[in-house]
Design a protein around this ligand. Structure first.
Ligand SMILES: *Cc1c(COP(=O)(O)O)cnc(C)c1O
Length: 488
């Protein structure tokens, strides 16, 4: 049953209060003296009047309406919604970090600079890059920064190139970022394996190609086996390789973009390295580069000298700043804490467990759903609801039905190359019991799609609201209470 939550304005009663203030013990001036009548409102403001208990219950009820990783399974593909240990939050809130001012002189923030320096070293090691900037505020911002670095690199060689190649399975931000940096985009088709079509790629390569943007494993969760050949072919025509490392969950500690031949990589600390996300941030999208791109990095960089850490500003070829100060520092503190807590062995294990969990679920679910690219997957896999669609049940319907069982749905309709896509990423921290329960529910929904499709297409039945008009909610949101129930 749906449970309606009344608005604050509909609760309480006139005169009810949530606190008792003592009578003032100093003389209070008459109102007219404090504020002339013509400046005062004619009718009192219609504020809600509630007791403290009513207020607390209202907000507590609202706070449980969001589904998050702390409330249940959240297998959103391409977006690593993993459980993040709370100790990272504690570290970020230590007063020595939380109360710094970004304009403080370097001598007074040596600890924070050491943390940046050390985290940079960790991420450089994990990705196989030379240096890393922490300025970009999120993944897409990292992509734009990376594209600007590539642009600056070619420009410094008097080799202006126009085109960036991107596979058709790429995350939507890739073409957007490359276009924003002024590049023309050319799409590379995937082949029957769900991997980059090597022949098609080679046909597109010429000396106008600035870069290839790729993620590996790709968004189908599949490892690009030909990556060394791909990298060699791109480098041969003078292009660079950009690695979208938003989700490093599958490979950290096992394989490094740098070793695969990539020149630039961005990471999402808010996906792989212990900052919860969803709901708008803050995030952090550090960008790592190989030696030949270091001169173009945003300034300043943290360096260690004889007298301690200092900011290095004199990079004449730098693309400049892409963010105020040093990006979202608190997120870097969480990532550093996480990396130190896990250690190299722990990170390697997390990746292995993420891949194991994904393959376990994939093997079971491919019995009830189509699996267009049936290969060993990495941290995620993409099912298709095309069998269910024949009964009138779409991927979107299945996503809605999952809500009734207390699960957040997987990503749907992405990547675009899979019809009725359901993209599942279970992550490393989920137990076998949770995975089994999710599989049972998915099987139950597949059975309902056969026997009682109406039950699925009318879902959800138990959430506070049913199917919203998403277009109207985005284009014409009604966010002000005007006391008139019936109005639009
Ligand atoms: C999430 C994601 C991005 C974008 O990251 P934001 O922090 O949301 O800007 C880019 N690429 C891939 C593969 C992603 O999963």
């Amino acid at each position: 049953m749906r449970k309606e939550q009344a608005l604050l304005f509909e609760l309480g009663a006139p005169g009810r209060r949530g606190c008792s203030l003592p009578q003032p013990d100093i003389p209070v001036k008459p109102l007219d003296e404090l504020l002339p009548a013509k400046l005062r409102r004619g009718i009192p403001l219609a504020l809600p009047e509630l007791s403290e208990g009513e207020l607390v219950r209202h907000y507590t009820a609202l706070s449980t309406r969001n589904h998050g990783v702390d409330s249940g399974f959240y297998p959103l593909g391409s977006c690593t919604m993993k459980y993040n240990p709370k100790v990272n939050e504690e570290a970020a809130r230590l007063p020595g970090f939380a109360f710094l001012h970004p304009c403080q002189p370097a001598e007074s923030v040596q600890g924070a600079m050491e943390l940046l320096y050390r985290t940079e070293a960790c991420l450089a090691e994990i990705t196989g890059m030379k240096r890393v900037t922490f300025q970009p505020a999120a993944g897409a911002h990292g992509e734009l920064t990376g594209m600007m670095l590539i642009h600056a690199y070619h420009k410094s060689r008097n080799d202006q190139r126009k085109r960036v190649l991107i596979p058709d399975s790429a995350h939507g931000t890739n073409p957007a970022s490359a276009a924003m940096a002024g590049y023309e985009i050319k799409e590379i088709p995937s082949d029957g394996r769900g991997l980059v079509d090597l022949k098609a790629l080679k046909e597109l390569l010429d000396d106008d190609v600035a870069a290839l943007m790729l993620t590996n494993p790709n968004t189908l969760g599949l490892f690009e086996e030909d990556i060394l050949e791909i990298a060699a072919a791109v480098h041969e025509v003078g292009g660079l390789l950009y690695y979208d490392g938003a989700n490093l969950n599958a490979i950290m500690g096992h394989a490094r973009p740098g070793d695969m031949g990539f020149d630039v990589v961005h990471l999402n600390l808010h996906k792989t390295f212990a900052t919860p996300h969803g709901g708008g941030g803050p995030g952090s999208g550090p960008v790592g580069v190989k030696e030949h791109l270091v001169p173009f990095l945003p300034v300043p960089l943290v360096e260690r000298g004889e007298k301690g850490y200092y900011w290095k500003d004199d990079l004449p070829l730098s693309i400049g700043r892409v963010h105020g100060f040093n990006g979202n520092f608190g997120v870097v503190v969480k990532a550093y804490t996480y990396i130190m807590m896990m250690g190299a062995e722990g990170l390697r294990q997390a990746a292995a467990d993420a891949v194991l969990n994904a393959n376990y679920l994939m093997e079971r679910l491919k019995k009830s759903y189509a699996l267009p690219y049936d290969r060993r997957c990495k941290h995620e896999f993409v099912l298709s609801a095309r069998k269910q669609k024949k009964k009138g049940v779409s991927a979107g319907d299945i996503a809605k039905a999952l809500l009734d069982y207390g699960f957040h749905p997987p990503t749907v309709y992405f990547p675009l190359i899979v019809e009725e896509a359901l993209m599942v990423e279970p992550t490393e921290t989920e137990s076998k019991e949770t995975l089994d329960r999710f599989a049972e529910v998915m099987e139950e929904i597949a059975r309902l799609a056969e026997e009682d499709p109406e039950r699925v297409t009318s879902a959800p039945h138990t959430t506070p609201v049913g199917r919203l008009d998403e277009v109207r909610a985005a284009r014409n949101p009604r966010i002000i209470w005007d006391g008139d129930e019936g109005s639009e």
